[in-house]
Design a binder for this molecule. Structure first.
Ligand SMILES: [Mg+2]
Length: 125
């Protein structure tokens, strides 16, 4: 069975873009959520191998989700790729301190997203 990827974004178009890139890369076992809270509910019930999450979302943001995931035994090992428009250094530092595995700044190309996924997976091997 292929790697199950959770894609979290409040913007449908971005979910579609990421899903398209993932399918080009051969990943088609994808589940989506609209915010951090929804994502965390899914993570509590299902086996997820990789998380790709937006930063800015209503209800629960990506950084809040990241902190919850990395602070929850049984979830803390799941590679987490943060997708964001926030290129400011303090944002990146906050994400790194919260143990983000990879960070990608919008807009990005399919090739860059593919690289980031590969790096995040290798880091965990
Ligand atoms: Mg957003």
């Amino acid at each position: 069975m292929s790697m199950r990827i959770l894609v979290v974004d409040d913007f449908d178009t971005m979910i579609r873009i990421i899903k398209n890139v993932l399918s080009e890369l051969g990943y088609d076992n994808i589940i989506t959520a609209r915010n951090g809270e929804q994502a965390f509910q899914i993570l509590s019930k299902e086996k997820i191998d990789f998380i790709i999450s937006d930063w800015n979302m209503p209800v629960m943001t990506g950084i809040e989700l990241l902190k919850k995931v990395k602070g929850t035994p049984g979830m803390d090992h799941i590679p987490f790729l943060m997708v964001t428009a926030e290129a400011e250094k303090e944002h990146i530092v906050e994400a790194i301190q919260a143990k983000v595995d990879q960070y990608i700044i919008k807009p990005f190309t399919a090739a860059t997203l593919g690289e980031k996924i590969k790096f995040a997976l290798h880091k965990k091997c």
